[in-house]
Design a protein around this ligand. Structure first.
Ligand code: FPP
Length: 237
């Protein structure tokens, strides 16, 4: 990668197209998720190496529970084995893992594996990986609103305390805004992913399915990010 490229501080990835990747190869959909995990491991190492500070990954939406039970069960088991075994390399890479999303109705074993990896990586300092699991932006905004109303009801805050910064701090995780959102597979949608945090993000929609979105595809995305003129509502460069 060209060392003069600007690396976005916070990257969001909507890992789409696993099912189609598998079906086009005559495999069952879950094989797409299995291969996606291999890609994800490569990408995490690559993002840490190039200096991305925060990466938010859309792993499972609140709406994904509507899928066939066999696929949901497969994904839940994949999460358990990933957080318990496959992601151990993250500890060596100094990567910190956080989760965003509702705990209910995730299975107890998934929650245990999540808590374990959060604990094991809590002091790490290179890349922060925010895994969005049973996540939806609407749910996050509802949960944040309830939390703030509770604080107000308990006289812990006044209305004047509520500004952009306060909202950010009371989301599932206190993370900087997204700079760059990548959605693989050619779909042009946000699908309830970090709407608030993506307000001024640049968007990139490569045609490749997520299992093929490897480090060299990520580097192509970085080149595209560097072509954008970010104005944040102002007049720009
Ligand atoms: C979307 O593709 C993908 C998912 C709902 C699951 C994402 C899961 C992984 C990448 C596995 C590993 C993740 C972690 C964090 C351990 P799709 O199934 O909607 O594909 P389609 O649009 O082609 O049907």
């Amino acid at each position: 990668m060209d060392k003069d490229l600007i690396v976005p501080k916070h990257v969001g990835i909507i890992m789409d197209g696993n099912g189609r990747w598998a079906q086009e190869r005559g495999m069952i959909r879950t094989m797409g998720h299995k291969n996606a995990l291999k890609t994800l491991k490569e990408l995490c190492i690559h993002m840490a190496d190039v200096g991305v500070k925060y990466a938010s990954l859309y792993a499972f939406s609140t709406e994904n529970f509507k899928r066939e039970k066999s696929e949901v069960d497969y994904l839940m088991n994949l999460f358990i084995s990933s957080f318990k075994k496959e992601f151990k390399f993250l500890i060596e890479k100094d990567v910190k893992v956080l989760f965003s999303g509702r705990r209910d109705p995730l299975p107890e074993k998934v929650l245990e594996a999540m808590d374990e990896i959060v604990y094991d990586t809590k002091d790490n300092k290179s890349l922060t990986l925010n895994i969005c699991l049973n996540y939806g932006s609407h749910a996050e905004i509802c949960d944040m609103t309830k939390k703030i109303c509770e604080m107000y009801k308990n006289n812990e805050i006044s209305l004047d305390d509520i500004d952009d910064n306060f909202i950010q701090k009371n989301m599932y995780q206190d993370l900087p805004p997204l700079d760059f959102v990548i959605r693989t597979s050619g779909e042009l949608r946000l699908s309830n992913f970090m709407m608030y945090q993506a307000s001024y993000a640049e968007f990139y929609f490569p045609k490749v399915y997520f299992p093929d979105f490897n480090s060299s595809e990520f580097d192509k995305a970085l080149i595209e990010f560097n072509k954008r003129n970010r104005r944040f509502g102002g007049v720009g460069k």
